[in-house]
Design a protein around this ligand. Structure first.
Ligand code: GRF
Length: 192
């Protein structure tokens, strides 16, 4: 039986698209049953709607980064109602806390654009460039209550090239993300 996934994202949703693509070409035996975003106009919601996947906006009450606990409770209840097996954070910019972590223990994944534990937090590709790193990459990890601190599931390396700009480096990292995330989801599914 194929697994039921939910995807949470704040932005363009290219990683969500890579999950859709992996399902369509048979790399991933799963179904995305819900896409949620904290931005009403995020393109990730549009991608879901184009595919006929329910896409919903979660109102975080005007807070820029906070993920209010009552919203997390409501999201946990919604995901449980839909019998979601695995929750995939894909460019989701808020910290997940107990209501969701307790409802989905070891069942929430995140993709981060650096080789964790190096460069957690925002604009990790820029952090790598500023630090003069020779290589960086991307990481899929289980989510815990910290910022990008959960157990690492899979990583891919990306060299930093001379002349790289934050944009060129992030673009090459994203190419690897789109390969890594579906593979890591498959691996997480096999460990459930
Ligand atoms: C990705 O680089 C991801 O690693 C980071 O945010 C970006 C989201 O991109 N957490 P997208 O919305 O999936 O295109």
């Amino acid at each position: 039986m194929s697994l039921r996934l939910a995807v949470l994202g704040s932005g363009s949703g290219s990683n969500c698209q890579s999950i859709f693509n992996a399902i369509d070409d048979g790399r991933l035996d799963a179904e995305v049953v819900l896409v949620l975003s904290d931005h009403e106009d995020a393109y990730i919601l549009e991608r879901a709607r184009q595919r006929g996947v329910p896409a919903e906006y979660m109102d975080c009450g005007g807070f820029r980064n906070k993920f209010p606990l009552e919203v997390q409770e409501a999201v946990a209840a919604r995901l449980q109602e839909l019998q979601v097996d695995l929750v995939c954070l894909a460019g989701f910019m808020r910290l997940v806390k107990e209501p969701l972590l307790k409802a989905f223990p070891r069942r929430i994944l995140n993709i981060h654009p650096a080789l964790l534990p190096n460069f957690p937090g925002v604009e990790a590709w820029k952090q790598a460039l500023d630090a003069g790193a020779k290589q960086t990459g991307c990481t899929v990890h289980y989510v815990d209550a910290g910022m990008d601190t959960g157990e690492i599931l899979m990583q891919a390396y990306v060299p930093v090239l001379s002349g790289d700009t934050p944009e060129s480096l992030h673009a090459r990292i994203q190419v690897q993300e789109h390969i890594l995330y579906p593979a890591a989801i498959l691996s997480a599914i096999s460990r459930l």
